[in-house]
Design a protein around this ligand. Structure first.
Ligand SMILES: [Zn+2]
Length: 191
């Protein structure tokens, strides 16, 4: 009789041990899932739009800009006159320049060697900046995306600057007078 009771107790003990281990195991899995979820930090590389960028296909940056603008209700699909001009040794080691400011076309001059050596964030910042000049005639005065210096831009900050730009928070257009001067400068430079 005591032997049967002993066996019974052993069984209960084993059952409890197994039960505790199993529930402990599923807690671990929950925790792992949670940690994995947390480890995916949004960045340029895993962003659904920015990750389409290809430095060897500059048009991909235009497509990204158009898609990005559409998120804020800006439809740029009617702009079809877009040109990238490859130019080595731009003044001051610049990677890109906007030649379509105050004109109804987009024309970006790019030193492709310098451009390819930038990080993806820098490439995006630079292209958004130049498109900002050509598409919206935005001046440097607005700051944010239109601040004049190319710099390494942290992803979250860049997202905020893009939003501020497309929602008109921080962009200021060239004045008509400034546009006259710019058109003259571009005329003499590209002759
Ligand atoms: Zn600029």
């Amino acid at each position: 009789m005591s032997k049967i009771l002993f066996t019974f107790l052993i069984k209960i003990f084993l059952f409890l041990v197994l039960f505790i281990q199993c529930s402990g195991g599923s807690d671990d899995n929950d925790l792992k899932g949670y940690l994995q979820e947390e480890s995916i930090i949004p960045d340029y590389d895993n962003d659904p739009i920015y990750s389409k960028a290809n430095a060897r296909n500059l048009t991909s940056f235009w497509d990204i800009f158009v898609e990005s603008a559409s998120l804020y209700g800006k439809d740029l699909s009617n702009i079809t006159d877009i040109e990238f001009v490859s130019e080595a040794d731009l003044a001051g080691g610049t990677a890109a320049r906007a030649l379509g400011s105050c004109h109804d076309y987009v024309k970006i001059q790019v030193d492709e060697t310098v451009f390819r050596n930038l990080t993806l964030g820098e490439q995006l910042f630079l292209m958004y900046h130049e498109f900002g000049h050509d598409v919206f005639n935005a001046s440097h005065d607005g700051g944010g995306l239109m601040a004049p210096n190319v710099r390494s831009v942290e992803y979250t900050l860049f997202q905020r600057e893009v939003e501020d730009f497309f929602t008109g928070v921080d962009y200021i257009e060239w004045t008509d007078e400034e546009c006259d001067i710019i058109r003259e400068l571009l005329k003499t430079e590209t002759q």
